[in-house]
Design a protein. Structure first.
Length: 466
């Protein structure tokens, strides 16, 4: 597995995606229903990476706890998008890799997560659905009244009344939209205020939030765009800053900096994202003011590996390992580089060490370990490979690549029935329902009727095609 893997969202993103802390300030929302329908029908490209997921979870956990939410019920999802954005859906917080890359301090991202947690704790998603229903009803009723006036006016020959009726009909959707957007703006302000409270309760600064809004304000000013503040779903950045500045400065933690250890992890995350999304040039640009930063050197090692210079990359990552011998993610990258060199047995040792060092026991690292064992090709390693990959899948059931590794491992042992079943799962969680059903039907022919695996195949066969 590539340590930083990009793939499509495995299943559609529920019924509604709520916009986040940023978007909307520079663009009008013409029709709320249209935006939501677009979100429903689109696939959000997500990123899986053990290191980044662990760090962002560490950022979010204290905030989620102080908001009174269950940490285990909230999932952080990384989105492969270069813009600075985040949003919530159901019990998930989605955050763009662009936000993680652009934010120079942990506090900026913690502020974003605090804002999104405010939406979850306030039940804004569900309340907004009610507002959508009410807005739709208002628009329909007003339009019907207008149509009635037009018909009545036409029948009586009253052209003035007919024209007025047309105005009522056209004004209905406009009034409904403005009411809805006004409600959304009030929710955004409520989430901002909740975020300030969460940050204070966890002993953290709100300075990062203000930095983020300053970024949006400057970006908006540079575009020269004139925005109608009543036709957007978020308050203007300057308005948000004015509303929060006093509260932010009132906190005794306003000038509290991020810890050096946390800042270092943040820099390494930025280096990794820069390397995977923009290569060596992006790493240099990101750390142009501090080229010897460990994040810059980490990103450079990854970019060197991605560029095909695996031996040079190995030398660079080994230097970092000497500096931080207990860093599991350096060992993980080392395993990826060794796989690139077709040294599967050595890669397996690196992944095994990464897994042993990883306090989170990431399913992604464990599945990478299983994959390396499988690629080594020995009978004993194949058996161990299946065990490790299945253990990883058990705690991360919607990860398509894990099933791909499992299918390959079973195929190497000659168990084509279970290989087909694993392939069916891989296709299913990749959103390729028809292909998944073909593999499931093939697997089911070799499975005993009524067994858990037979039922597993049947569930895929019965799945509705999206």
């Amino acid at each position: 597995m590539v340590a930083f893997q990009m793939t499509g969202l495995f299943r559609p993103i529920a019924n509604f995606v709520r916009g986040a802390i940023v978007a909307g300030a520079a663009s009008a929302l013409c029709l709320a229903q249209t935006a939501i329908a677009a979100a429903q029908s689109s696939s959000v490209p997500i990123v899986r990476d053990a290191e980044i997921e662990a760090l962002v979870t560490d950022y979010a956990t204290p905030i989620i706890k102080t908001a009174g939410l269950s940490r285990n019920a909230i999932r952080i999802v990384l989105v492969n998008n270069n813009s600075f954005n985040a949003f919530v859906d159901g019990r998930r917080i989605f955050i763009n890799t662009g936000a993680l890359l652009q934010a120079q301090t942990p506090n900026e991202i913690i502020g974003v997560l605090a804002h999104e947690t405010g939406h979850l704790a306030g039940g804004h998603e569900f309340k907004l659905r009610e507002q959508l229903a009410a807005a739709k009803t208002l628009a329909v009723v007003t339009s019907l009244l207008g149509i009635g006036a037009v018909v009545g006016g036409a029948a009586g020959g009253a052209s003035g009344l007919s024209k007025a009726g047309m105005g009522v009909a056209m004004g209905g959707p406009e009034a409904a939209m403005r009411n809805l957007l006004n409600y959304q703006r009030s929710e955004e302000m409520a989430a901002d205020r909740s975020a300030i409270t969460y940050l204070a309760n966890t002993g953290q600064s709100a300075k990062g939030m203000l930095t983020t809004f300053e970024r949006f304000s400057n970006a908006l000013a540079l575009t020269g765009t004139s925005v109608d503040p009543y036709r957007i779903s978020h308050p203007m950045p300057r308005e948000r800053i004015a509303n929060l500045e006093v509260l932010a400065h009132a906190s005794p933690y306003y000038d509290k900096p991020d810890s050096p250890a946390l800042q270092q992890r943040h820099d390494m995350m930025r280096g990794k994202i820069a390397a995977y999304t923009g290569g060596g040039a992006s790493v240099l640009q990101t750390f142009r003011k501090d080229p010897r930063n460990i994040g810059a050197r980490y990103g450079d090692a990854i970019a060197t590996y991605l560029n095909g210079s695996s031996q040079s990359a190995l030398s660079k990552i080994d230097v970092l390992i000497k500096e931080q011998p207990k860093n599991p993610y350096f060992q993980e990258i080392r395993g990826e580089i060794l796989l690139k060199q077709n040294k599967a047995s050595d890669a397996a040792k690196a992944f095994q060490k990464a897994n042993a060092l990883d306090p989170r026991k990431s399913s992604l690292i464990r599945m990478s370990y299983g994959r390396a064992l499988m690629l080594s090709g020995t009978p004993d390693n194949l058996k161990a490979s299946i065990k490790e990959i299945k253990a990883g899948i058990a705690s991360d059931r919607e990860y398509p690549s894990g099933y791909g590794y499992l299918a390959q491992a079973y195929a190497q042992t000659g168990d084509m029935v279970r290989s087909d079943l694993a392939s069916a799962e891989q296709k299913y969680y990749s959103g390729k329902i028809q292909d998944a059903q073909i593999f499931a039907i093939r697997a089911q022919r070799g499975l005993k009727n009524g067994t858990p695996e037979w039922i597993q195949a049947q569930d895929i066969i019965n799945a509705k095609r999206k």
